[in-house]
Design a protein around this ligand. Sequence first.
Ligand code: DGJ
Length: 729
Amino acid sequence: MGIMYNEFNKVFHLQAGNTSYVMQVYRDGYLAHLYWGRKIKNINSEELIILKGRTSFSANPDLNDKVFSLDILPQEYPAYGNTDFRTPAYQLQLKNGSTITDLRYESHRIFKGKKVLEGLPATYVENDNEAETLEIELVDSLIGLKVILSYTVFENFNAIARSVRFINYGQENLKLLRALSMSVDFIRDDFDFMHLFGSWARERHIVREALKPGVHQIDSRRGASSHEHNPFIALLSSDCNEEHGEVYGFNLVYSGNFLAQAEINMYKTTRISIGINPFDFSWLLEPGQAFQTPEVVMVYSYEGLGGMSRTYHKLYRTRLCRGEFRDKTRPVLVNNWEATYFKFNAEKIENIAKTAKELGIELFVLDDGWFGKRDNDNCSLGDWVPDKNKLPNGLKDLAKRINDLDMQFGLWFEPEMVSPDSDLYRKHPDWCLHVPNRSRSTARSQLVLDLSREDVCNYIIKSVSDILRTVPISYVKWDMNRNMTEIGSALLPPERQRETAHRYMLGLYKVMEIITSAFPNVLFEGCAGGGGRFDAGILYYMPQIWTSDDTDAVERLKIQYGTSVVYPASTMGAHVSAVPNHQVHRNTSLKMRGDVAMSGNFGYELDLTKFTEEEKEEVKKQVVRYKELRELIQFGDMYRLLSPFEGNETAWMYVSEDKTEAFVAYFRILAEPDAPVRRLTLRGLNPDKTYIVEGKKGVYGGDELMNIGIALPDLQGDYKSAIWKIKAE
Ligand code: DGJ
């Protein structure tokens, strides 16, 4: 690992894990991108940049050079307006109304370790030897604009973390109109574009298509990273599959509006960029002020998508997630949402908890409906006072009773919202996002609190903390159930209204930072109508997220498989729910529901008291099994074997770091008449070790399991699954 700078040809050579990333200060201070890929020992080439004269339709910034144009230079952080016609990484408006800027290299520094991004989530190091950082300072001296491009390379990961800081050191106001976190130009155009697409209950389905000339973009204008598009894209070589081929991944560590795009231009180059969505965004930089972009984590893999995912998984598990639970196995829980919805009382809850205890479950989570007059979703958000009708002896009493069963107690909140029918709203009608004289559109009968305001943030911190301080709570589910409309803040001046959505995120991160650090013993789980804000930003504060409101075992195959492209199993909440399933009304076996949910942070979300004795016995076994496997699943290396996006079968496996243990799960959706016999070839084992496969006779070489594979059982009927534990001899 390391960052090298060659004074002679002004080349920066960054080495992250087994990769190299190369840039050059070119000509009069332009920062050019040269290479990103497999590690190269030394950069000796004299021809790092190939220029080619174009027609007059590519203009020349140097009046004496008819060949040079920024339009043909691969760049690191391009502007628009002075000869590059492609999409820029940033844009500013000056006091005179113009938007032309000209950034040139000024200086750089290289240091060990990685700085904290103040107020924003980001990857981190625990020891300065784990990473090295390069900061390149670009300056437009005419207007007093300084831009610091930051690149951190990790010793043990093929990953680079980039972010950008804008500083106005001039005399006049500058208005940022666009401030993406990165841009890279490739002098090739033969990529596939991959992203994770979906909707509520259908999150993160994999979409892959060949890039075509023009701009291909995904984004969010919803005020959250969203169910629709995850802030992740990848460029893949067309031959790239799970194990082979090249892939470049880009994941924004941010939970708000984002833009990610790839552009193939007329010279068949590909420009890729990601950052805060410039749509409806601007940021006023007064003299002396600075703006920090979120971080983007860029991963290169030549071992296919699987290689990329495992890099993200390990980096996020160990150097994005924080706190006590980062390295701790997560408890098996039962959540009452799908069991009771709003219809419960203390007795019902206690009965479910008692049954849960008998079944070996460790944590009871009380979901929505415990506060205010919340018998439905029309009211009470913001009034975080226990409902005396449902809980006559209070929340503390209920929590204690559950603790007395030797179970932990968890609680649901939706702190960022307010119901118009609430004491909070009646007292502070200006505390929600709104625009004067316009209607305040509701969704699920609720409005979004204006977290760009300090008083609102303080209210949330106090109301949540008061409960966490007085009730013995070990887990919090932090929900968020609508996207933003009429985005405006009562406290911001007109010229800063378009800052509201980003200021909201900064407020949210501050609130999350304060609450999660004040209660380090509480396990926090993020949620947004399921997986509507499943992103690396939230994972910095909360090590796990409710993956989807869709708990159907078949639907979950795609959701969990797609989520695993970037995010590790330890971040995914996965529960067994009742049949017919409440989202898609499908009947699947308890076995398959259990096997699917076991591939994440396992739990149940149904009325356990309604189980037959036989079902209870099965559940007991599932819980025992998960406890025995959870370390491997939550912290092992994941290998995807069969994709639910490509057929009737899905399979994945988790392998311990020392390759002595593995867990394999296989799912078949529909039965096939006169089905062929098949084997399942495994991955990630040690070819030189011998293994015992649970339920199978004899011992198998790792090479045998990875090449010949294991025989799949003859499963009868629809919605079937099989799991195996594998142990080295
Ligand atoms: C949406 C969440 O995703 C569900 O799990 C549940 O907590 C409901 N909200 C409660 O309103």
